[in-house]
Ligand binder design. Structure first.
Ligand code: A2P
Length: 357
């Protein structure tokens, strides 16, 4: 896959080696669930039968897909009869509760939640980084099994860092994130919009999803704080990257911050590489990397932004420069933006499914 194919607009699914695939989406009414519909349609994924599942609250709602109307059904243990591929994005507890039923029915589950990411034997896949771990697992359409989709911040970081790691080796990563509302779901996006209106109108903001004012503010990520002083989101970036790279000793430290942005995450990333690399070489490596688009126009002060990354497949990378605090030329700094709902969730999951076509 060249960066030209993944930049700008959306690539189609590869030519089919199997017949059509019967697909179910668990969490079809959510922010990621809705994006699954767009990505599957844009990439012309070879769908046979199609089931849209959500909670009892949504049962009976109508959703259009490829010009046809589909009715949302309640997710139950019996939902997966005849399903080949179940894309889950309905939260960790729903995945834990219903993924076993899907696998028992013979489906491959690609799970967007954190429920199974660190489970031994469950492949955790970013196609640009470790597609081989999926083939090694033996999981295939028709055989069943669970595949985990990594955390959105992990995916976006790895698409940008992995090619540099391959080119020069990697000693250490320090990353700070600027994370969008979408990572906390559709309700969080609505809350950011509502709070913005309220604050601009001089009203007190309604805080239901988040415990504090989000509009015109930013705060440390709302996931649970751990004993080591890092929050859960930060430790996901560390633990998941280690699993994906197969390197339990990979040195990574993260600071995760929520910013009042709708759907794309930004990350400031500083690397200590295995050897010296100048910025020209780094730019060359990144320009050739799958899933990456370099946006690095110093003359016009134009670099990646969450708005420009929104609704795009590519992870945008810019501010590519030497880390001047590093003495030996191994330090490299960059600024990265990626659509959290798309490459951080729905697109990555569909790309995983495409590896099995
Ligand atoms: P519903 O809309 O019926 O509540 P988001 O991540 O944007 O918050 O979306 C969560 C998704 O997960 C929604 O589609 C939601 O459906 C679905 N969901 C939440 N809880 C359950 C459940 N217990 N069973 C099935 N779907 C669920």
């Amino acid at each position: 896959m060249s960066s030209a194919q993944t930049s700008g607009q959306h690539r189609r699914a590869p030519a089919l080696r199997t017949s059509t695939v019967n697909v179910a989406i668990a969490g079809a009414t959510g922010a990621v669930g809705q994006e699954f519909l767009r990505v599957l349609e844009q990439r012309d994924f070879p769908i046979g039968q199609f089931k849209l599942l959500a909670s009892a609250r949504s049962a009976g709602k109508r959703v259009s897909f490829k010009g046809a109307e589909h009715t949302i059904e309640e997710l139950t243990d019996d939902s997966f009869k005849g399903v080949d591929l179940a894309l889950f994005s309905a939260g960790g507890s729903t995945s834990k509760r219903f993924a076993p039923a899907a696998v028992d029915a013979g489906a491959v589950v690609v799970d967007n939640s954190s429920a199974f990411r660190m489970t031994q034997g469950v492949p955790l896949i970013v196609p640009e980084v470790n597609a081989e771990a999926l083939s090694a697992s033996g999981i295939a359409i028709g055989k069943g099994g669970v595949i985990a989709n990594p955390n959105c911040s992990t995916i976006i970081m790895l698409v940008a860092v992995h090619p540099l790691r391959v080119a020069a080796g990697l000693r250490r990563v320090v990353v700070s994130t600027y994370q969008a509302a979408s990572g906390a779901g559709a309700a969080a996006m609505r809350e950011l919009e509502q709070q913005t209106r309220q604050v601009l109108a001089g009203e007190a903001p309604t805080c239901e999803v988040f415990s504090q004012q989000y509009a015109l503010n930013l705060f440390s990520h709302d996931s649970a704080m751990q004993a080591n002083g890092y929050n859960q989101e930060e430790m996901k970036m560390v633990d998941e990257a280690r699993k994906i790279w197969g390197d339990p000793a990979a040195r990574i430290a993260a600071t995760c911050i929520r910013v009042p942005v709708m759907r794309a995450h930004a990350e400031s990333i500083t690397l200590e590489l295995g050897r010296a690399m100048d910025e020209a070489e780094a730019r060359q490596v990144l320009a050739a990397a799958p899933g990456v688009e370099v946006v690095d126009d110093r003359e016009h002060n134009r670099f990646p932004t969450p708005l420009e990354a929104s609704d795009r497949d590519a992870v945008l990378v810019g501010r590519i420069r030497q880390d001047i605090s590093s003495e030996d030329g191994r330090g490299l700094a960059m600024f990265v933006c990626g659509d959290q709902i798309r490459k951080g969730a729905a697109l990555n999951a569909v790309q995983i499914a495409e590896l099995m076509l």
